[in-house]
Design a binder for this molecule. Structure first.
Ligand SMILES: C[S@@+](CC[C@H](N)C(=O)[O-])C[C@H]1O[C@@H](n2cnc3c(N)ncnc32)[C@H](O)[C@@H]1O
Length: 240
């Protein structure tokens, strides 16, 4: 991918968002770059709500202690920490070595593309994925890969950003994510990455489409829940 002198990948600034292989490389490079301050910016940006949302996701998995749960696109391993607290056995996978290196989790984390997991069929009890659906290049292929490694009855919890439905909240949400977050991100971390963040929302299909994709990959009881103030959504379901 072409780079500016500053090292900022072209395509992650203003203008068109990359797709396919170009997106894959740009996203990986971006997370490698912002990894050291990723957790700090997340906590500030969400007023620590991200921690609460992950806790709720782990609870919604409704799996017993000792369950083997893989956290896909695990980043710095925040979900693994919550899964450990719930007595589960988490394994994290992410393609950004920078994010894995910045982890403070004690779980086993491995570098892998979540579209090609080094795991045999039906070996896993549960899967979590936080704030990464919009960063993936092929969502249906991702859900199929999750379905391949999950045992029948295995559970999923996919957490991602959302847009509040209430008009006033939606206005406040856009003001915050489109104007304030990029400035805070630029100040503490990386200008180009945090101006990409609000634009990356547009990669995420409407929730009804996501539910249909998950069902088509072999899941039942698929549900979507909005977390207050409507800035995060959780998809849960069970492998048939
Ligand atoms: C916004 S971060 C989320 C990190 C973490 N899940 C969390 O809850 O904070 C998105 C993560 O997705 C990872 N990612 C994106 N595409 C990936 C892929 N194809 N395979 C593995 N990891 C991927 C990035 O490296 C990054 O760590």
């Amino acid at each position: 991918m072409a780079k500016k002198k500053s090292g900022i990948p072209m395509g992650l600034e203003r203008g068109n968002l990359p797709e396919g292989e170009e997106k894959y490389e740009a996203v990986r490079e971006m997370f490698d770059r912002i990894a050291p301050r990723y957790d700090l910016v997340n906590r500030i940006m969400t007023f620590r709500l991200d921690v609460r949302w992950r806790k709720k996701t782990v609870k919604a998995l409704s799996l017993p202690p000792e369950s083997i749960v893989i956290d896909l696109a695990c980043g710095t391993g925040d979900f693994c920490v919550e899964l450990e607290k719930a007595g589960m056995v988490p394994l994290g996978f992410d393609f950004s070595f920078g994010m894995l290196e910045a982890s403070r989790s004690f779980s086993q984390l491995s570098q892998a593309d979540v579209l090609r997991l080094p795991i045999r069929e039906t070996a896993i009890d549960g899967v979590t994925c936080g704030f990464a659906l919009r960063n993936l290049t092929e969502l249906p292929a991702f859900f199929e890969e999750v379905s391949r490694v999950l045992r029948p009855g295995g559970r999923i919890g996919f957490l991602d950003v959302a847009e509040p439905e209430n008009r006033l909240l939606k206005w406040g949400h856009h003001l915050y994510f489109d104007r304030i977050v990029p400035k805070v991100g630029a100040l503490i971390s990386d200008k180009s990455a945090y101006s990409y963040l609000p634009r990356s929302f547009s990669y995420l299909p409407p929730y009804q489409e996501i539910i249909t994709m998950i069902e088509r990959a072999g899941f039942g009881q698929v549900e979507r829940k909005l977390f207050a103030p409507g800035s995060a959504q959780l998809f849960t379901g069970e492998k048939i």
